[in-house]
Design a protein around this ligand. Structure first.
Ligand SMILES: Nc1ncnc2c1ncn2[C@@H]1O[C@H](COP(=O)(O)OP(=O)(O)O)[C@@H](O)[C@H]1O
Ligand SMILES: [Mg+2]
Length: 239
């Protein structure tokens, strides 16, 4: 599926957060967003998941405006992974399949294996029946992220939208998560907000957002070749 955003503007009160933002994620490709805190990255994801409506502009999936989708079909088409993973009381199985009872336990296990979450789940006393306590506070941020990936994959959406977690993740988990992200985005239209630039070196395209506007656009190599914002961000993080 193709995801196209055309000239969206979004304000919260007087504050204009996105100004004429347009881009297309081609079917099967990965488009990454980078930009400093407050540049509007999460707002883009919230608009795509129809959490808010833009004041101007359109968001289209295969030429159909997302406002014209039934909420249920939209939820099927787009998998959303937000920075803060929301875990519920209930067991691990429930936290992955949520209320979708047509997703069987073998499918939950398969999704978990695919995103490298099976290993840590198997280590829990009750495995997939392990009860999640205190909204998952007993898990590390890396483990919570892997659970959210398993949840997203279990629903097998055609478009995946991800806000990469910023929380500190140790090097071991970081490698696992990089591998999971690569698998999630494989052959799937993917929009990812990346906080670690290492995540997006292989993206088909990268967009640099600054104060709600698109400032630079290109591949990793193309953007490094320009002496701009991306290059500065890269030099700051790649110490
Ligand atoms: N619900 C909201 N109400 C008011 N202001 C908001 C809301 N959501 C985001 N903002 C503001 O919009 C700007 C962009 O936020 P956000 O999209 O979260 O940026 P990023 O994800 O790039 O850090 C920030 O200045 C933020 O304070
Ligand atoms: Mg954000």
């Amino acid at each position: 599926m193709e995801l196209r955003v055309e000239k969206i503007c979004k304000s919260f009160g007087e504050k204009q957060v996105l100004k004429d933002v347009s881009f297309t994620v081609n079917p099967g490709e990965t488009l990454a967003f980078v930009g400093t805190t407050g540049s509007g990255k999460t707002t883009i994801i919230s608009l795509i998941s129809r959490f808010y409506k833009p004041q101007k502009g359109e968001i289209l999936i295969d030429d159909v405006n997302i406002q014209d989708y039934a909420m249920k079909s939209l939820r099927r088409a787009i998998g959303v992974v937000m920075q803060d993973v929301f875990l519920f009381s209930g067991d691990i199985n429930y936290n992955i399949r949520l209320n979708e009872e047509s997703i069987s336990l073998p499918q939950v296990v398969e999704a978990s294996k695919y995103v490298n979450a099976h290993h840590f789940i198997s280590g829990l006393s009750q495995g997939y029946s392990h009860e999640v306590k205190e909204r998952g506070a007993t898990f590390s941020s890396g483990e919570r992220q892997l659970l959210s990936f398993a949840r997203a994959i279990a629903f097998n959406p055609q478009i995946m939208v991800l806000d990469e977690a910023t929380a500190n993740i140790d090097t071991q988990n970081e490698l696992i998560i990089q591998d999971s992200l690569a698998k999630i985005s494989e052959h799937r239209t993917t929009l990812i907000i990346a906080h670690r630039l290492s995540t997006i070196k292989h993206a088909d395209g990268i967009i640099v957002l600054h104060n709600g506007r698109i400032r630079e656009k290109g591949t990793h190599d193309e953007l490094l070749a320009v002496d701009g914002i991306y290059r500065k961000l890269y030099e700051l993080t790649a110490v």
